[in-house]
Design a protein around this ligand. Structure first.
Ligand code: AMP
Ligand code: GLY
Length: 439
C-alpha cells in the first residue's frame, strides 16, 4: 500500500452531484493524482475528468470498469453504492475504496441498525420504539403524550421521515410511510422517536477504523423554501463553520458521537473507514444524533472542501491504511457558503433541459460553481435534474461568504429557477446575538 502514495493514482469517483464535482476538483488538485474517471458524472465533472456512463448503483459495472482500467482508488460519493457493498466488491478485486464496507454502511441504510449501534456505544440519541405492524404503531402513537418523529427504517431519499406535531399527524405519518407502498421494503419496519428540540448541525469525521478526526461543522438547509418551510429536499445550501458548533467543541462531540461508534464497529470485526457524517440536534441536554450518513453530505461537501487546504487524496489513503493519526489535515479559518440553484417545483415535479447561462461571469476569486443536475448538449449547458448547481464562495466571515455566493448566483441565468435567499441567516443571527451579549 505505501508505494501507492508515491505513485500517480487512477481514481474512479462514483456519483453525479455537486458533491462529486467538488470531490473531483479537489482530487484533481492532488500531486498524487494521474487521472480521474467519474461514473456517471455531470456537465461540470466533464471538464475535469472523464465521465463514464455507468450508474452509481451498478456495482458489477463499476467493478468491471475499475478492473479493466487499472483504477487504484475508488471514491463513492452517494450512499447507494456503499450500502450495496461497493467497498467489499472492490476490495475483493484488490482495489482500494474510500468508504465503509456494507456492514458499516448499514448505519445509513438502516435506522434500526444505527440505533442498535448507538445503544451499544452509549451514544446520545432520541428514545425510540420499532414497529413492523401498522396497528401496533398506530396504537402506540395514539397514546403518546408528546410530539413524535416517524421514520422508515431504510433508505427513502430523505423523504422517509415525518415530524408530527400531534397524534393525528402521527397517525397520518404512520399510514403515509407504512401503508402507501411508496417506500417499499424501506418501510417494512418503522421507528417512532421522541421529537427533539434544538438547532441542527452536521459534523463529519475522517475515520480510519480506529481514529476519528472531525472536520469543521457545517449546516444544511433541508427545506425547499426560506424560513425552513416546504417539503424536505436533498439540501438547498450549506455553510461552514456553523457558529452553533465552534471548532474548539468538535473534539468533545467526536468523543460522544463518533469514537464510541468506531470502537463498537471494530469490536464487531468491521472497522469503519471513510467519512462518517453525524446529523446532530443540539438539545438543552447536549448534542444528540438524528442520523448517521456514511459519506460526505451534498451540499455540505462543497463548502467543507472549499476550506480544505491539505491533500484530500493523502487523507483518503490514510483512512484506508489506518494512518490517519499521522496526517496533517488543514482547513482554512475562512467561512465557506454554498447556495443551490434548483428548478422550480423541485423536490416534486420540475422541468428539465433549462438553458443555463452566465457561468463565466459568475466565476470570481474564491467562488466555485459546482454542477449537479447539468449536461452539455451540442456545446450548450442545460439542466438535467432538480438541484442544478451550487454557487460556493469562500469569505473572510459568514457575511462576506454569503455576499460573494449570492453575487455569483445573481449572474447565472436559468428560466424557471429557484434558490433560497436565507442560506446562512441562522448563523448570522447567532453571531449577532453573541456579539450583543459580549458587548
Ligand atoms: P433524518 O433523516 O433522520 O436526519 O431526519 C430528517 C430530518 O427530520 C432531520 O434533519 C430533522 O430535521 C428531522 N428529524 C429527524 N428526527 C427527528 C427527531 N427525533 N426530532 C426532531 N426532528 C427530527
Ligand atoms: N445534505 C444532506 C445529505 O447529504 O444527506
Amino acid at each position: 500500500m505505501e508505494n501507492k502514495k508515491s505513485k500517480s493514482l487512477r481514481i474512479l469517483v462514483i456519483g453525479s452531484g455537486g458533491r462529486e464535482h467538488a470531490l473531483v476538483r479537489k482530487l484533481a488538485a492532488s500531486p498524487l493524482t494521474e487521472k480521474i474517471f467519474v461514473a456517471p458524472g455531470n456537465g461540470g465533472t466533464a471538464g475535469l475528468a472523464e465521465n463514464v456512463a455507468i450508474a452509481a448503483d451498478d456495482i458489477e459495472g463499476l467493478a468491471g470498469f475499475a478492473r479493466e482500467n487499472g483504477i487504484d482508488l475508488v471514491v463513492p460519493g452517494p450512499e447507494a453504492p456503499l450500502t450495496l457493498g461497493v467497498t467489499d466488491v472492490m476490495r475483493q478485486a484488490g482495489i482500494i475504496c474510500f468508504g465503509p464496507d456494507k456492514y458499516c454502511a448499514a448505519l445509513e441504510g438502516s435506522k434500526i441498525f444505527a440505533k442498535e449501534i448507538m445503544r451499544a456505544a452509549n451514544t446520545p440519541t432520541a428514545a425510540c420504539r420499532v414497529f413492523d405492524n401498522v396497528d401496533d404503531a398506530r396504537e402506540y402513537a395514539a397514546k403518546a403524550d408528546r410530539p413524535l418523529a416517524i421514520k422508515a427504517d431504510g433508505l427513502a431519499g430523505g423523504k422517509g421521515v415525518i415530524v408530527a406535531r400531534d397524534r393525528d399527524e402521527a397517525a397520518r405519518a404512520i399510514d403515509e410511510i407504512m401503508s402507501s407502498g411508496k417506500f417499499g421494503e424501506a418501510a417494512k419496519k418503522i421507528l417512532i422517536e421522541e421529537k427533539l428540540e434544538g438547532e441542527e448541525v452536521s459534523l463529519l469525521f475522517f475515520c480510519d477504523g480506529k481514529v476519528a478526526v472531525p472536520l469543521p461543522s457545517a449546516q444544511d438547509h433541508k427545506r425547499v423554501y426560506d424560513g425552513d418551510l416546504g417539503p424536505n429536499t436533498g439540501g438547498m445550501g450549506a455553510y461552514s463553520p456553523a457558529p452553533c458548533l465552534p471548532d474548539e467543541e468538535a473534539d468533545a462531540v467526536a468523543d460522544l458521537v463518533a469514537r464510541p461508534v468506531l470502537a463498537e464497529l471494530e469490536r464487531r470485526g468491521h472497522p469503519f473507514r471513510g467519512v462518517l457524517y453525524a446529523g446532530l440536534m443540539l438539545t438543552a441536554d447536549g448534542p444528540k444524533v438524528l442520523e448517521y450518513n456514511v459519506r460526505f453530505g451534498d451540499p455540505e461537501c462543497q463548502p467543507l472542501l472549499a476550506r480544505l487546504e491539505s491533500d484530500l487524496v493523502s487523507h483518503m489513503l490514510a483512512c484506508v491504511n489506518g494512518t490517519l493519526g499521522e496526517e496533517k489535515i488543514v482547513f482554512s479559518p475562512k467561512t465557506a457558503l454554498g447556495v443551490v440553484l434548483a428548478a422550480e417545483g423541485y423536490p416534486d415535479n420540475y422541468p428539465k433541459n433549462l438553458k443555463i447561462e452566465g457561468l463565466d461571469d459568475a466565476a470570481d476569486e474564491g467562488v466555485a460553481i459546482y454542477h449537479s443536475g447539468t449536461k452539455y448538449e451540442n456545446g450548450e449547458l442545460a439542466s438535467s435534474g432538480g438541484r442544478v448547481l451550487c454557487a460556493t464562495a469562500l469569505g473572510d466571515d459568514l457575511q462576506d461568504a454569503r455576499n460573494r455566493a449570492y453575487r455569483a448566483l445573481e449572474k447565472i441565468k436559468m428560466p424557471h429557477s429557484h434558490f433560497r435567499k436565507d442560506i446562512g441567516a441562522k448563523g448570522l443571527d447567532r453571531l449577532r446575538r453573541e456579539k450583543k451579549k459580549g458587548s
